[in-house]
Design a binder for this molecule. Structure first.
Ligand code: CDP
Ligand code: MG
Length: 141
């Protein structure tokens, strides 16, 4: 079993799409291990996206991710990392395939409804950013 971290981003929370997005995730066979409505400071958003620090969109991304409530969700499934990336679609909704979460609910390339981990190792670290292991084990297996 593999784990990945999804985040429903502030645009999708503002647009009342929490339920729609979780429905798509569950219909695709992912098990929800942990889920919370929370928000992060600019400092925390900067830390979460530190890998993008030198990119031109970093400041905007940090402002956006700290602009309102978000829903981090720890997910489990066989092949979770790749399967969840397929489910969300391309970063830019204009390039996202039909039937993907970003095609359905993203606003723009920056405000694109959901986050997804890009590797098993990053998934583990990103889940630990939002959840203690003790919050997840009750729901695993
Ligand atoms: O989220 P994903 O892994 O698909 O894309 P990324 O390249 O890891 O970028 C992280 C996030 O930065 C994206 O989801 C967008 O919100 C934002 N971004 C942006 O605003 N402009 C870009 N040219 C690329 C990414
Ligand atoms: Mg990424």
């Amino acid at each position: 079993m593999e784990r990945t971290l999804a985040i429903i981003k502030p645009d999708a929370v503002r647009n009342n799409n929490i339920g729609n997005i979780i429905a798509m995730i569950q219909a695709a066979g992912f098990k929800v291990l942990g889920c919370k409505l929370t928000r992060i400071s600019k400092e925390q958003a900067g830390e979460f996206y530190a890998v993008h620090k030198e990119r031109p969109f970093y400041g905007e991304l940090v402002n956006f991710m700290s602009s309102g409530p978000i829903v981090p969700i720890a997910l489990e499934k066989e092949n979770a990392i790749a399967d969840y990336r397929t489910l969300i679609g391309a970063t830019d909704p204009a390039e996202a395939a039909e039937g993907t979460i970003r095609k359905n609910y993203a606003t723009s390339k920056g405000e694109n409804a959901v986050h997804g981990s890009d590797s098993v190792e990053n998934g583990r670290n990103e889940i630990a950013f939002f959840f203690a292991e003790s919050e997840l084990i009750a729901n695993s297996k």
